[in-house]
Design a binder for this molecule. Structure first.
Ligand SMILES: [Zn+2]
Length: 102
């Protein structure tokens, strides 16, 4: 016993946590290029973290996910959270509740 986790033969290196033995998502979360990228590069654990984060954002900003601009906001945050893109991740600051401007 070395204490190291075995490398899974079907494991992947996650683009976010950079662990080489992560489980890929069981399926694409979106039927598009971004969904493909997520399924190929992001592990289930990071995806679960994002889903919790997304829930916080939705609750905090009172987002209606049927609205295109709400979805756009979440996608921007998703890219920033999982891929480190853009640097536009929203800060959750309760003093600004309800004052977010689009
Ligand atoms: Zn990961």
């Amino acid at each position: 016993m070395t204490g190291e986790e075995p490398i899974r033969p079907d494991g992947m290196r996650c683009a976010r946590c950079e662990r080489p033995d992560r489980e890929p998502l069981p399926r694409q979360p979106f039927p598009n290029e971004l969904g493909q990228k997520l399924a190929a590069e992001i592990c289930t654990e990071c995806w679960d973290e994002w889903k919790q984060r997304q829930m916080l954002l939705i609750n905090h900003y009172g987002l209606d996910v049927r609205e295109p601009r709400s979805r756009e906001f979440l996608l921007t945050n998703l890219r920033s959270f999982l891929f480190g893109e853009g640097g536009e991740e929203a800060e959750i600051d309760s003093s600004e509740e309800g004052t977010v401007s689009w």
